[in-house]
Design a protein around this ligand. Structure first.
Ligand SMILES: Nc1nc2c(ncn2[C@@H]2O[C@H](COP(=O)(O)OP(=O)(O)OP(=O)(O)O)[C@@H](O)[C@H]2O)c(=O)[nH]1
Ligand SMILES: [Mg+2]
Length: 619
């Protein structure tokens, strides 16, 4: 990992050194834990979601950040598929489709990407790509920064917006892009609220400052909105056009004026910097925990070798500690009870939250249907609204569930150990497939009142009218009037029957529309509840495995210490002396590694002066 961090030491060699030191002991479990720490370090990515309403300049912002036209941007070109841009030595572009847990990857030329990721080439993402991945050699991306351009189609309060919302928990940072033409809209503020609840970093980018001279006033108004809501998100006014010009003409002054240096500094120091600090703290914790168990065993053994009198006491206290560690693995351990009860409560709460949200949508939809008359003409609009509201509700439920799951994990971790620096296993926060794809609501065919149908219905009523009045005429003896009266009555009846029939069909269609809404909502409720139960089960399993493994490691370390202390009692004087020397050497080795690990901790945080870095080129 080569992040620009507060301390220059790379954590990977430190973990390698720890692996070397631990390799001298017969402890494959502790080695596996350190190998896991190393794998996490090597695969560490910091994901920044670039989100915002339609046409605010998201794709262009990303291009300006990396100084290359990776995401297509024109007035009439809209992004349809999220594009992930990351660092690599060679340029490449790949399209990715997820199906039933497996990934289909297709390499394409970078110049052909617009055909697949834009509405124009791939309307409504008909091809079903989940994302495009672009890799390119850019300094700004080195250190694991991943920028994700998201579709703005239909705005934040849309089905696409809901999918972006569901992706928030997997992001390390969010850049909300809004142009300087106007202050924040209600959907933008609502989205910011969601982002602030689950993302460690949220920043606002005010684009097109070159186009809107009043951008300072808009920035002030936006700042007011943020203050009112109580969110401490910084605002970066930028001009992507100016930045791209500066990059191509190596114009430092234009670059400074574009506002990008402040944004780049923020991404590097705050976003990457904090991710780096957290990873370092976790690494230090892992190395110290693993080596600490070996040090504890060696020290106990040395004490027993030096003074056999203390050995019995030592064996007793180590045995008690070992029993405590073994008890941690039992289902009755307090952390296990908290975890199991917590998951059961969460299942019920999350399901209830989803049902309440969706019930409200059904209520509004049914009121609307009752008032709108025949729903056939407005079906597309109506079903679009229902789909959007349902998708937003399901995503909001997912975000809320994510927050609750994180709180529960912390609660369990606190039970297990007081050490707040310990790394929890990666909790599953990628949205399930149901939240990534748009499901459409369909109305069952039938009840269509076509022209042929109308004529037939009218004729039927007219014929009945003629027949009825014709018969009355016969009875009362107005034989000569029978025909004209019968015909007139037939026309009136025909019209009335047509009206009745129309009313009947409209009522029938309203009923069908209601059924369609309920069926759709039931379908989503079923799927979302199942997804959330599966996810909780997986989280429960991950957390249980994680802590059980740690308890097992601790138990084994204590068992080894007991055995070593018992062995020490039986050792001869010369054997004890030799063993003490060996122990001193091992302790010294472990101490070196432990000192190196402590050196990874960042220096006390320094205030980042905005605009300190004057990066001119994105290359
Ligand atoms: N003058 C000026 N125009 C900009 C700037 N940023 C974006 N634009 C223009 O705004 C339009 C929309 O930009 P995009 O980057 O495609 O916007 P988007 O948010 O990605 O759009 P969607 O993906 O369709 O939601 C394009 O015509 C850009 O040229 C800027 O900083 N200055
Ligand atoms: Mg775009």
């Amino acid at each position: 990992m080569s992040r620009p961090a507060a301390t220059a030491t790379d954590p990977v060699p430190v973990v390698e050194a720890a692996l070397g030191a631990v390799g001298r002991f017969d402890r494959p479990d502790l080695q596996a834990r350190l190998r896991h720490t190393r794998a996490r370090l090597l695969d560490d990515r910091v994901r920044v979601l670039v989100v915002g309403e339609f046409k605010q300049g998201k794709s262009m912002l990303l291009n300006a950040l990396v100084g290359a036209p990776v995401c297509p941007t024109f007035d009439d070109v809209a992004t349809a598929v999220p594009t992930v841009v990351r660092h690599a030595e060679t340029v490449s572009a790949t399209l990715v489709r997820l199906r039933a847990g497996s990934e289909e990857r297709v390499d394409v030329g970078v110049d052909l990407l617009p055909e697949h990721v834009c509405e124009q080439g791939n309307p409504g993402n008909r091809a079903g790509w989940d994302r495009a991945e672009v890799a390119l050699p850019r300094a700004v991306l080195a250190g694991g920064l991943e920028l994700v351009d998201t579709p703005g189609v239909g705005g934040l309060h849309s089905v696409h917006g809901a999918a972006t919302m569901a992706a928030l928990p997997s992001a390390d940072a969010v850049l909300l892009v809004s142009d300087a033409s106007q202050e924040y809209t209600a959907p933008e503020l609502e989205f910011l609220g969601h982002a602030a609840s689950v993302c460690p970093h949220v920043a606002c980018v005010l684009t097109k400052t070159d186009l809107y001279p009043q951008w300072r006033r808009i920035a002030e108004l936006d700042r007011g909105h943020l203050e009112t809501a109580g969110w401490r998100a910084p605002i970066f006014p930028v001009s992507s056009t100016l930045r791209l010009h500066a990059v191509h003409s190596h114009d430092a002054e234009a670059n400074a004026e574009s506002g990008f240096p402040e944004l780049v500094t923020y991404l590097r120091r705050r976003v990457l910097g904090q991710a780096d600090r957290l990873t370092r703290r976790g690494t230090v914790h892992d190395v110290l925990a693993v080596t600490g168990q070996l040090v504890g065993g060696l020290q106990a053994e040395r004490a027993a070798q030096q003074d056999p009198q203390v050995a019995q006491d030592l064996v007793r206290s180590l045995t008690t500690a070992k029993e405590h560690a073994a008890a941690l693995k039992e289902r009755s351990a307090r952390w296990q009870v908290t975890l199991n009860d917590g998951v059961a409560d969460l299942n019920a709460d999350i399901d209830h939250d989803l049902r309440v949200r969706l019930r409200e949508i059904v209520r509004i939809a049914e009121d609307e249907l009752g008032e709108c008359g025949d729903p056939t003409g407005t079906w597309d609009q109506f079903s679009g609204w229902v789909e959007q509201e349902v998708a937003t509700a399901a995503s909001a439920n997912f975000l809320w569930a994510t927050q609750r799951v994180r709180d529960l994990a912390q609660l369990v971790a606190n039970h297990f150990s007081d050490d707040r620096d310990q790394l929890l296993p990666a909790l599953r926060d990628t949205p399930p497939e149901g939240l990534r794809s748009v499901r459409t609501m369909t109305l069952q065919a039938g009840g269509e009142l076509s022209l042929g149908n109308k004529l037939l219905t009218g004729l039927k009523g007219g014929y009945m009218g003629m027949l009825m009045f014709g018969m009355i005429g016969t009875f009362v003896g107005f034989a000569s009037l029978i025909n004209p009266l019968g015909v007139g009555a037939g026309l009136v009846m025909g019209g009335k029957t047509l009206r009745d029939e129309r009313k009947r069909v409209v009522t029938k269609r309203q009923g069908e529309a209601r059924t369609a809404v309920r069926r759709y909502v039931d379908d989503i409720t079923f799927q979302a509840s199942k997804d959330s139960r599966d996810r909780l089960r997986a989280v429960q399993r991950d957390l249980r495995d994680h802590f059980t493994e740690q308890a097992e490691q601790l138990k084994r370390s204590l068992q080894e210490s007991v055995t070593a202390a018992e062995r020490a009692v039986q050792a001869s004087r010369s054997e004890a002396e030799t063993r003490c020397k060996e122990i001193a050497t091992e302790l010294e080795r472990l101490d070196v590694v432990r000192r190196q690990a402590r050196g990874l901790l960042p220096a006390p945080t320094t205030t980042v002066a905005a605009g300190a870095a004057q990066e001119v080129s994105a290359r």
